[in-house]
Design a binder for this molecule. Sequence first.
Ligand code: GRF
Length: 202
Amino acid sequence: MKIGIFISGTGTNMAAICRNFFENRLTGVDEISFVLSDKKNAPGLEKAEKFGIKTIILPKKKDEAKEDYETRLLEAVSPFGTKLIVLAGFMKVLGTTFLSGYEGKIINIHPSLLPSFKGVDAQGQAFDYGVKVSGCTVHFVDETLDGGPIILQQPVFRQDDDTNETFKARILEQEHILLSRAISIVSCGNYSINGRYVLVGR
Ligand code: GRF
């Protein structure tokens, strides 16, 4: 299966996917067709280029309607024929214009155990709340914020001497593993969905 990756920032999750792909550890994926960023200076773009992956920079214009931006996004990616889009630190909430073109074919990594701590800085939210355990989640994307059916989750326990930064770093380490596992599951069609429940392995 051909996949495409959307990023907005540092792109360490994207780089982990690329590393796994080029080391033949991403079962079911034949090609990473592109890395798209909505931020023109995203450091992840340089990382993608080092892997030799085609990069696309597509920022939203000032005052552009969400629907118009998403139409441009669709036009940019549809020629690649990718069957799965992976949101790896992509900081925009996609709406129906884009989603209708890729129903059930977009997944996202979120750095908390959903449905807790949706939105930005989920790790900081969890840390400030004083949780003993948080983690990361890979889920299908629907039109709600961090709300689609959950594919995989990985708990990460907070240590008493964790700072916000060390807790975040240990969650990120797990994100890098979890996202590639989820991509392989979806690419191989190794799942079924019963309501909101994603049954992996059948
Ligand atoms: C990750 O923590 C991801 O879960 C969140 O944003 C961060 C992106 O990191 N949505 P990177 O760009 O993959 O390094």
